[in-house]
Each structure stands twice: as structure tokens, then as C-alpha cells.
Design a protein. Structure first.
Ligand code: GRF
Length: 202
């Protein structure tokens, strides 16, 4: 399946997805990396792996963003989109065009610590502020409400005494890097079965 990755940051998850796709038994190829920031670290990741990179600045009008995004997706015949730290809302027309075909990875056990403005270090800070005993990672489908689509898989991380934002971030990334490519393969298999069921993944 032809996959586009949308990312705004360093791109460590994007890189893992690209590397996994090179294995001969992977079920997808990464054909496009799209960012809202031309200078994001993920641009270097795309360059390093020779995957086409494009950027769309979201402060132009929304209709224009939507039009360009659909144009890039069409040009590359994208069949599935993986969000990997993409910090802008996906236009409704793109969500409508890709039903059950947009995945996101989030660094908490959704629905806890999700929603607008909850990303990156803010999530770990919030988790530590309320003295949770565990946190984790969620991979879910994307619909028009932030962090609310069907959950495909969650993995738990126990919070230890003396845990910091940095230590939590490190543990989270380690789990994400293994989990995301596996869930993407799983979901593609489900889609290809003709009767995809999010519950089967966990
Ligand atoms: C990840 O922690 C992911 O859960 C979140 O954004 C972060 C992206 O990190 N959605 P990276 O750019 O992949 O390193």
C-alpha cells in the first residue's frame, strides 16, 4: 500500500516507518513525507531515505491548504496516511477522502491526556503533574475530532519513582518506534481483508 507520512518535528517515528517499509515482508511503501514546516527534522529524514518531501504552510487560507494537500496525495496515489507528530488539524475533506485510512500515534493512553494542544512534552508534563501510576502509547484512526477515533492498539508504561519528562519521553519513543510500523502493517492487512476491525489489533 502507498503510504504518506505527515510530521512536523524531528521525525524519529517517520524514520522507523520508512526503515520498516524496506523489509521485504512489509505491507507498505512510503511514497511521500509531508510537513507544515519546510525546515523540520523530518525533511532531513526524508532526504536521507530518498523519499519525496513536500511542505504546506497552514497560515494560508484553509481551502488552499486542503486543495494542495489533496493534490499531493492524488499525485502520489496515496492510499494510507500515517500521522507522526503532525501538529496541524487535517482538513475535513482529506479525512472524508480517507475513511479508516488515516492513523495517528499519540504519547498517552487515550482518551487520557489527548485533545487540542496536547502534544509533545506537554503530555508528559500533564501526566507527571497528576501523579499517574502509568501512561503509554496509543495508535488510533483519525476522524474529525482530535484524538478521538477508534483505538487500534495501546501499550502501557509504568511510571517509576523519580520519573522526569525526559525519561518518560525516552521510554515512550522506544515503544512507539517498535509499535507504529507493526500496527500499520496490521491495519493494512485488515483493510485488505475487506472487513477491517479495529478491535482485532489489540
Ligand atoms: C511522538 O511522540 C508521537 O507520539 C507524537 O509526536 C511525537 C513525534 O516524535 N504524535 P518524532 O518526531 O517522531 O520523533
Amino acid at each position: 500500500m502507498r503510504v504518506a507520512i505527515f510530521a512536523s518535528g524531528a521525525g524519529s517515528n517517520a524514520e522507523r516507518l520508512i526503515e520498516h517499509a524496506k523489509h521485504e515482508n512489509a505491507l507498505y511503501t512510503v511514497v511521500l513525507v509531508l510537513s507544515n514546516k519546510a525546515e523540520a527534522g523530518v525533511a532531513d529524514v526524508a532526504r536521507k531515505h530518498q523519499v519525496e518531501f513536500v511542505s504546506i504552510v497552514h497560515d494560508t487560507n484553509e481551502a488552499e491548504v486542503e486543495k494542495r494537500m489533496l493534490q499531493y496525495l492524488d499525485e502520489h496515489q496515496v492510499e494510507l496516511i500515517c500521522l507522526a507528530g503532525y501538529l496541524r488539524k487535517i482538513p475535513d475533506a482529506v479525512i472524508a477522502r480517507y475513511p479508516a485510512r488515516i492513523l495517528n500515534i499519540h504519547p498517552s493512553l487515550l482518551p487520557k491526556f489527548g485533545g487540542k494542544g496536547m502534544y509533545g512534552k506537554r503530555v508528559f508534563e500533564a501526566v507527571l503533574n497528576v501523579a499517574e501510576k502509568e501512561t503509554g502509547v496509543t495508535v488510533h484512526l483519525v476522524d474529525s475530532v482530535y484524538d478521538s477515533g477508534a483505538i487500534l492498539k495501546q501499550e502501557r508504561i509504568p511510571i517509576e519513582v523519580g520519573e522526569s519528562i525526559q525519561s518518560l519521553e525516552q521510554k515512550t519513543h522506544k515503544i512507539e518506534h517498535k509499535m507504529y510500523p507493526e500496527v500499520v502493517d496490521f491495519w493494512i492487512d485488515e483493510l485488505q481483508s475487506g472487513a477491517p476491525n479495529p478491535k482485532r489489533c489489540s
